[in-house]
Design a binder for this molecule. Structure first.
Ligand code: ATP
Length: 250
């Protein structure tokens, strides 16, 4: 992963660049890295703030032989890899608790440090390619008013500036291993245990915000296809698909 790197000083969105490179036939593992995104995106048309010199904005092209309903698992594969990659860099918050907020965010001390956006390009019912984008707040010291309370950076949490290149390398190394484990079975059976250990929502009440319904439930963990297992207030167990759902702590 990340052997074929395209670097941009400024780009609209690294996910858009990778999707285009994917359509043009770029090889699996092609990585786009940008110093600044002018139109960084989150899920459901939300925006992602990535100012120059202070964050990591990168997207990787994958060509897995999987079906579209397996693709959201790649978000979890990446979340695991980013969390592990950050923890591997001992001089970066090595001792601090990095956690995953299912399905696509990484948080530290309860605040959002990383966002992940997975997008696929499909043809009828098979996948052409998948783009997994990662935005990491590395050296940001201030955030737009609307997210100031909820966002943080490695610099703010570790108390010193953090070099971006070694961090990208550590994450890509973990991704290579974790992606191989995922591809062996086509699910998360070999990653579930470590993902669950990093999961902030485990054994907590969460608010499930889906397109059609919203409800409070108790999160129990994830299953091998990456769904969040929850116990609803009436005692029934539900498996929530990672596609387009958000969770909030309650
Ligand atoms: P939520 O995090 O609210 O559950 P989500 O996971 O669907 O929602 P994402 O698509 O991951 O959200 O990220 C987009 C949201 O993240 C934006 O709406 C904004 O609130 C917040 N955000 C934008 N830029 C940053 C940033 N640099 N750091 C932290 N949070 C950000």
């Amino acid at each position: 992963a990340g052997k074929n790197i395209v670097y941009y000083d400024e780009v609209d969105s690294t996910n858009l660049r990778i999707k285009q490179l994917g359509d043009e036939g770029a090889v699996e593992g092609t990585l786009a890295v940008a110093d600044r995104q002018t139109a960084g995106r989150g899920r459901r048309g939300r925006s992602w703030d990535s100012p120059a010199g202070e964050s990591i904005s990168m997207s990787i092209l994958l060509r897995p032989q999987i079906t579209p309903n397996q693709a959201p698992m790649l978000t979890l594969v990446m979340a695991c890899s980013v969390a592990e990659g950050i923890m591997d860099c001992k001089d970066v918050c090595g001792e601090q608790q990095i956690q995953i907020k299912w399905p696509n965010d990484i948080i530290i001390h309860g605040k959002k440090l990383v966002g992940i956006l997975t997008e696929m390009s499909t043809q009828i019912d098979y996948i052409n390619h998948v783009t997994v984008g990662v935005g990491i707040n590395v050296n940001l010291t201030d955030f737009p008013e609307e997210i100031r309370e909820r966002a943080t950076s490695l610099r703010l949490e570790c108390g010193h500036k953090v070099k971006r290149a070694p961090l990208i390398a550590a994450i890509m190394k973990r991704l290579e291993e974790n992606y191989a484990l995922f591809m062996e079975t086509g699910d998360l059976s070999q990653l579930m245990e470590k993902y669950s250990e990093l999961l902030v929502n485990k054994d907590r009440d969460v608010m499930i915000l889906g397109a059609k319904e919203q409800y409070v439930a108790h999160a129990l963990g994830i299953n091998k296809t990456g769904e969040l297992i929850v116990r609803k207030e009436d005692g029934t167990i539900e498996e929530v698909y990672a596609g387009e759902v958000s969770v909030r702590g309650v």
